[in-house]
Design a protein around this ligand. Sequence first.
Ligand code: F6R
Length: 247
Amino acid sequence: MELGFYASSEQLDREAAQRIIDLIHNKPGAILGLATGSTPLGVYEHLISACRQQRVSFRQAVSFNLDEYVGLPSGHSESYRSYMNKMLFRHVDFDAANTHLPDGNAPDLEQECARYDLMIKEAGYPDLQILGLGHNGHIGFNEPDQTLSSRTHVVRLSEQTRHANARFFPSLDEVPTQAITMGVGTILKSKRLLLIVKGSDKADIVHRALTGPITTELPASLLQTHPELTVMMDEDAAVHFNRNYQR
Ligand code: F6R
């Protein structure tokens, strides 16, 4: 596990974006696992300016997002497809056909999960998967539970997650109750994982996830089992870590 501590969130974003840019330079057709939410926004901004300055091109790159809400009408402003278009894809030179998210409106959701998982497998799994961390320790939408589904599956969102995401919707009632998410098994198949954690509100959960027992009750703790895990934290998120901490 590689831990990176950053004095500012801006510094963290720049470094995370640079890792992605370096990957694309070494492998223009790299597969990127992408996330939504607040956490990666700064990273995407850096990627957009790098692409505008022709310091990186995503023309040959492929992306798979972690998750998508179930049942939001196509084109809904809060679907993760809309988020990705708005926050990244529309501003860079990705071939739209190479950007993938689960279809939360598929008539047969089980079949859609199997199709998405197979597509990721056939592509060879992401070279780099970006992850944010939920306040309850979720990754993707893998919520704390006694057991976790390994592959892409439909999940019922916890009330805590619905409340956390309500800030993006006119009211809590409009936050979907279900989503499709890559399972932890699929996430762990990525060649490298980059977990980004910002803010004092995540200080406890990130510390427990990385130093506590590995348990499905804290899904991010399973990341400890990945041989190529990088965690980037801003100062506020890293308060419980000894900065010389090494595993
Ligand atoms: C997003 C995702 C979620 C978020 C997590 C943190 O695609 O899979 O696991 O990464 O909920 O969200 P933010 O970044 O908004 O705090």
